[in-house]
Design a protein around this ligand. Structure first.
Ligand code: ADP
Ligand code: MG
Ligand code: MG
Length: 895
């Protein structure tokens, strides 16, 4: 195979094969920009190397050929004694992984060619400095020698000479340092520093290949969800020198400000320096503007090139360049990384400049970026050193006093004192505390842990899996190393970076959220500087366009008036999922217990139902009022019964303790224990829940439906426009739906007659079991709509019990590449997605116009939203905070 491409042969669309750096070097070469001659070894070669642990012979031959062509082009030979060609050996993968892999400069220098370089450059110091850099870099990255050995020797030399800066060392110092470095190499490897230029080159190439699998590269890829099997390309580039004197220099620049998106060119330069000096912060850099003073010709040329590159890439670019004795060389270009704010501003700037269409502008921003802009933020300027770090799970900036349980969190919130709930991990019982807290911090669990998922859903800042923290629930302390923080200590957590700070880091509100909730004028008023105002206008233009082009409606999952109100402000077009189970908690729990425990047909049971009905009706009425004129899909009660009963183990312990004391347990206690034992399920997720519960406990669904229909009829009679829909959960068979539907129609008919009103109340069902999807053409006969419950559908299609798998073996599954991301986070399009598609197809074969949507976590997940668009759903429903994200992503899916 062809393993080596000269820069003349490639182009920017070959990132898979040539990596980003190589593809873009080739592209710049094609554009006629000044790129030092060189070639790229493909990612194929890297993969072959990593597989066999050996460089393919064909590659070696092709490298020889390409190298000779470069030598001919520049008229010099690699490492030749008199006038040596030197090269850099640079990593460059498909996706940029800044600083994660290796680059070796000055390859080709040895004891002889260093003299030649000195003569040609007429600069001994420069030549010896280059040589010692090579040995240092080569020793560390290619030969795996502890880098401290070199830097210690360097520091020592500076100390002996009484100087502060590397640049203060003179030629003889550097010669001596070089000798010391060679000594280090000899001692550490048992062999002298390789003098043969081609051996240096081959060793460096292999080192770059290997660096693909370095630990930090692997960690970076996991975090950025970059597949592990891509491999890196290697670029061999003729060295040009920015450290040849004051007419030389090096720098990085951006065609727009990557942090704010402000138009204009930005960059840092260093005169008389080599590339890494800029990033390494050895000396203070100057700004790009200063280059105009140092070297007007190069500056003008660079500005011109930046303009050309932006036009060519139709996007903001960042680039690396070096000036050797007044001659400008381009060393790298790529479409630049940018902050969320910059992404929005740049997208609309490019539209205004006629470089891209508004449709394309939509593709330049993401829902995640919008989400980032929606959270309150820490003022970067006043961020201290982090105390420790965890995984960023749900963005935002939260400040508060540490609390360790629900009661403390609620007490704190009630007293108006913001708090951070710190737990080893969270479970559904911690919901109260999570709601009350300003932020959530856990020492265990990953990005799909309960804490993370729930926090994201609520738009609550969360940092999870901060493994350095030891949480002692009983002592009410959290400890890192030997530092012990007591309850009440103030901390700050950054859900965007995972950083944890001691004390209160100042935060500011996001004007973007104000805009999304209250409109353009309010957003502009909330922005306190021109950059933010410009950002608000950009977000507004992009959101407006997204709303115009999207095919998917965006509804919300809400079951409280507060959530409903918020979702409406954020642009929700109805409620796609109103869960009714929370309406059974709190002080209503005793009724529910009685309902479950009393015998069928008993008066007790009827009394419990009668007591619950007006309460439910009140809830529904309040929400229907807020949703006036918009759909509100109410799901009949779904969770397993045991969630409403006391915990079995607790009861058993109580029973045992009573007996141990020689006392007899009370009648009531015995009755409860027996009932809880009877109801106990080994597999509650697959047990008595959803429609099964409705059929098992006659009267329950009917009570809920009557409460809903009566609430709606009363509003209708008052001249309002309620649009409730009844949704039946966990349907597997058409017969189940028929039974509930008959009941529903009966309730609707009698109630509407009683109120003297008449309007349509659709009855539909969830599709969340594979059997339902596979028989959807039948079920559709009894359903007015479908709502795909992809959480349960994922559980039942994979056979995963969500609560049992995520924290336990998912990390290994992701590690092993079984999936790149938890299927509960992004829909598994190949498996679960196919079941959805099949359900849509079958349902539509019976009722072509039937409305179909999705509710659950996936409804707010960008990748999943694009999938739902493709399979032709009518709406997605997601938590209130995800509504703007879903609107944007639905728009992006449509262009
Ligand atoms: P990274 O991917 O970490 O940015 P690079 O391969 O871009 O690594 O190399 C780092 C720096 O080394 C570059 O920014 C550039 O300044 C310098 N460099 C690389 N190749 C050359 C070269 N052929 N001539 C001069 N400097 C180079
Ligand atoms: Mg670079
Ligand atoms: Mg479900």
């Amino acid at each position: 195979p062809k393993y080596v491409y000269r820069f003349e042969e490639g182009n920017k669309d070959q990132k898979d094969l040539l990596g980003g750096k190589g593809a873009n070097l080739a592209e710049m070469n094609k554009l006629g920009l000044p790129v030092p001659p060189g070639f790229t070894i493909t990612t194929d070669a890297c993969r072959a190397y990593l597989k066999d642990n050996k460089v393919p012979e064909e590659m070696t031959v092709q490298v020889t050929k390409a190298l000779r062509e470069v030598e001919d082009a520049v008229g010099r030979q690699l490492g030749a004694a008199d006038d040596p060609l030197l090269v850099s050996v640079r990593s460059g993968a498909k996706f940029s992984m800044p600083g994660m892999m290796e680059t070796v400069l000055n390859v080709g220098l040895n004891d002889k060619s260093v003299e030649g370089l000195a003569k040609i450059a007429n600069n001994d110091r420069f030549a010896w400095d280059s040589y010692r850099r090579l040995i240092q870099m080569f020793g560390k990255t290619v030969q795996d020698i502890d880098g401290d050995l070199f830097s210690d020797a360097l520091d020592n030399m500076k100390k002996i000479r009484g100087v502060k800066l590397d640049t203060d060392l003179n030629t003889s110092d550097l010669k001596e340092l070089t000798a010391q470095f060679k000594e280090i190499v000899a001692t550490e490897t048992g062999k002298p520093f390789p003098q043969e230029p081609r051996v240096q080159l081959d060793m460096a190439i292999e080192a770059v290949f290997r660096s693909w699998n370095s630990e930090r590269a692997q960690i970076y890829r996991r975090r950025e969800r970059i597949p592990h099997n891509l491999g890196t390309a290697v670029n061999i580039v003729t060295m040009v020198f920015g450290n040849m004197g004051d007419d030389s220099g090096t720098g990085v620049s951006f065609t727009r400000d990557p942090s704010t998106g402000r138009p204009g060119v930005y960059g840092d330069i260093l005169m008389n320096a080599q590339g890494e000096d800029v990033v390494a912060g050895i000396r203070n850099t100057e700004t790009l503007k200063d280059l105009e003073r140092h070297d007007k010709k190069s500056y003008d040329e660079l500005i011109e090139i930046m303009r050309r590159l932006e036009t060519h890439y139709q996007d903001m670019c960042d680039l690396e360049f070096t000036i050797e004795r007044g001659k400008l060389w381009m060393l790298q270009v790529r479409v630049g990384k940018r902050t969320a704010a910059a992404a929005f501003r740049i997208a609309t700037q490019l539209v205004d400049e006629g470089l891209i269409t508004t449709d394309e502008a939509l593709t330049r921003v993401t829902g995640e970026q919008l989400q980032n802009l929606m959270f309150p933020m820490f003022d970067d300027a006043s961020k201290p050193q982090p105390f420790t770090k965890g995984m960023p799970a749900s963005p935002g900036a939260a400040v508060g006093k540490i609390v360790f349980d629900n009661d403390a969190a609620e007490a704190s919130a009630n007293a108006g004192v913001p708090c951070i709930l710190v737990r080893r991990e969270t479970n559904p019982d911690d919901l109260r505390g999570m709601v009350a807290a300003a932020g959530v911090l856990t020492s265990r669990g990953g990005k799909t842990s309960h804490a993370a998922v729930v926090a994201r859903g609520m738009g609550k800042t969360a940092v999870v899996g901060a493994e350095t923290i030891v949480v002692d629930q009983a002592a009410r302390t959290m400890t890192v190393g030997d530092q012990v923080l007591e309850e009440g200590t103030e901390i700050s957590i950054d859900g965007g970076t995972g950083e944890i700070f001691l004390g209160a880091v100042p935060v500011k509100d996001s004007p973007v959220t104000t805009y999304l909730a209250q409109g353009l004028d309010a957003g502009l008023a909330a922005a306190d500087n021109d950059d933010d105002k410009d950002l608000i206008r950009s977000v507004d233009r992009i959101m407006t366009h997204a709303d115009r082009v999207r095919k998917l409606l965006v509804r919300t999952n809400a079951d409280t008036p507060t959530d409903t109100q918020r979702a409406l402000e954020f642009g929700a077009e109805g409620i796609g999922l109103c869960r009714t189970e929370h309406m059974f908690l709190g002080d209503r729990r005793p009724y529910v217990e009685r309902l479950i425990l009393s015998p069928e047909g008993s008066k007790e049971r009827q009394d419990a139902l009668d007591a619950l009905e007006p309460l439910q009706k009140g809830d529904f009425k309040e929400m229907l009022k807020i949703m006036d004129g918009k759909h509100m899909t109410v799901r009949l009660i779904d969770p397993p019964l045991h969630e409403f009963l006391p915990d079995l183990v607790t009861l058993e312990v109580k029973d045992a303790v009573t007996r141990a004391k020689g006392e007899t347990p009370s009648e009531a206690d015995l009755h409860m224990l027996a009932a809880v034992r009877r109801m106990h399920e080994a597999n509650p997720m697959l047990g008595l829940r959803g429609v099964r519960l409705g059929i098992y406990l006659p009267g329950l669904f009917k009570m809920q439906m009557r409460a809903l229909v009566e609430a709606a009829c009363e509003l209708k009679a008052d001249g309002m426009d309620p649009q409730p829909e009844i949704m039946v959960p966990l349907i597997g068979s058409i017969r189940e739906l028929q039974i509930v539907r008959d009941e529903a129609e009966d309730v609707i008919k009698t109630t509407q007659e009683k109120f003297g009103v008449k309007f349509d109340i659709p009855v539909g069902c969830m599709i969340e079991l594979p059997r339902a999807a596979m028989t959807a053409e039948t079920i559709a006969k009894e359903a007015d709509f479908f709502s795909f419950g992809t959480n349960d559908l994922t559980q039942t299609t994979w056979g995963f019990s969500r609560d049992d798998v995520e924290g336990v073996f998912f990390p290994q599954y992701i590690e092993a590449g079984i999936f790149g991301v938890s299927p509960f986070e992004s829909i598994d399009t190949h498996g679960v997605g196919r079941v959805v598609a099949e359900g849509v197809k079958r349902g539509r074969s019976t009722k072509p116009e039937m409305p179909m949507g999705v509710c659950g976590e996936h409804g707010g997940d960008p990748i999943s939203i694009h999938f739902f668009h493709r399979v032709g759903l009518n709406y997605v429903s997601c938590s209130p905070f995800r509504v703007p994200v879903a609107r944007l992503e639905a728009g992006r899916a449509a262009v």
